[in-house]
Design a protein around this ligand. Structure first.
Ligand SMILES: *[C@@H]1O[C@H](CO)[C@@H](O)[C@H](O)[C@H]1NC(C)=O
Ligand SMILES: *[C@@H]1O[C@H](CO)[C@@H](O)[C@H](O)[C@H]1NC(C)=O
Length: 221
C-alpha cells in the first residue's frame, strides 16, 4: 500500500471509530401539550394588569388608535379545559404589548410555567406575534427549562372565548427537546457557573469539571 492510501485508510478508520463512539446528540423527543389560558383583565382578581399606557395617537389605522404601546403584565392561569375551574396545569407569566400601529396585534412574551403533573417546575419560553383578529396564530417556542431544557417549537394559539373581563385562549404547544434520557433535567445548575458551589475562585476549568451536574449524558456519568 502506498503511504498516502495507507494514511487515507487510517483516517477512514479513525472517522469510522469516531462516528461509532459519538453520542447520539440529535435524538430528540417531541411533546404536544394542550391547555387553556385565562386572561382576566378586570374584576376583583385580575391576572392581567396594564402597566404601560401607549401614546394612543396613530394615523396608521385611519385615525383609530390600536392602543399602540399599551403593555400588560400577566400571571394567567393555564387550565386543562376552557373552564376556569378545571385543574390548573400552570401559569403564563410575562407580558404582551400592542406593537402594531395598524391592527390590534400584540407582541406576546411569556414563560409557560408548569405547576402540576410530570412537567411541574419546568418552563417553556414563548415569544411571538399575536394578531388578535386572526382565527389561528402561530408563536415561537424559543427555549425552556427543566424537562424542556433547550426546547424548540411553536404554539398554535386560538381565541376560545372573549368577554369584557376575560379572554380565554386555546394553546397547542409543540416542542422538541433533546432526548430526555440523555439529560438530567432535574439538575437546576447552569453549565456556565461551574456548579455554583466553588464560589469566586471558580475558573473556566473547574467549571468544566463541574459539568456532570446535569449536562453530561447519563450513561457517561
Ligand atoms: C433516547 O436515547 C436512548 C439511549 O440512547 C434511546 O434508547 C432512546 O430510544 C432515545 N429516545 C428517543 C425518543 O430518541
Ligand atoms: C409541584 O412541585 C412543587 C415543588 O417541588 C411542590 O411543592 C408541589 O406540591 C408540586 N405540585 C404538584 C401539583 O405536584
Amino acid at each position: 500500500m502506498a503511504p498516502t492510501s495507507r494514511c487515507r485508510a487510517a483516517l477512514l478508520l479513525l472517522l469510522l471509530a469516531l462516528a461509532c463512539a459519538a453520542p447520539p446528540l440529535l435524538l430528540a423527543a417531541d411533546t404536544h401539550l394542550h391547555f387553556f389560558m385565562h386572561d382576566v383583565v378586570s374584576g376583583s382578581s385580575p391576572t392581567a394588569v396594564q402597566v404601560i399606557k401607549g401614546p394612543a395617537s396613530s394615523s396608521a389605522n385611519g385615525g383609530v388608535s390600536t392602543g399602540f404601546g399599551d403593555t400588560t403584565v400577566v400571571d394567567d392561569a393555564l387550565t386543562e379545559t376552557s373552564s376556569a375551574t378545571s385543574p390548573e396545569v400552570g401559569r403564563a407569566q410575562g407580558f404582551y404589548m400592542v406593537s402594531s400601529q395598524s391592527s390590534p396585534s400584540l407582541m406576546m412574551c411569556v414563560n409557560l410555567y408548569f405547576t402540576a403533573g410530570e412537567n411541574n417546575g419546568s418552563t417553556i419560553a414563548v415569544i411571538g406575534q399575536d394578531d388578535t383578529m386572526a382565527t389561528v396564530r402561530e408563536l415561537s417556542v424559543v427555549g425552556g427549562t427543566g424537562k424542556f431544557r433547550m426546547a424548540t417549537g411553536y404554539v398554535v394559539w386560538k381565541t376560545a372565548s372573549m368577554s369584557a373581563s376575560t379572554g380565554v385562549f386555546e394553546l397547542d404547544v409543540y416542542v422538541t427537546t433533546p432526548n430526555a434520557t440523555t439529560i438530567d433535567a432535574s439538575a437546576p445548575v447552569s453549565p456556565l457557573d461551574g456548579g455554583g458551589s466553588s464560589g469566586s475562585t471558580s475558573t473556566a476549568k473547574s467549571g468544566a469539571a463541574a459539568r456532570p451536574v446535569g449536562w453530561v449524558r447519563k450513561d457517561q456519568q
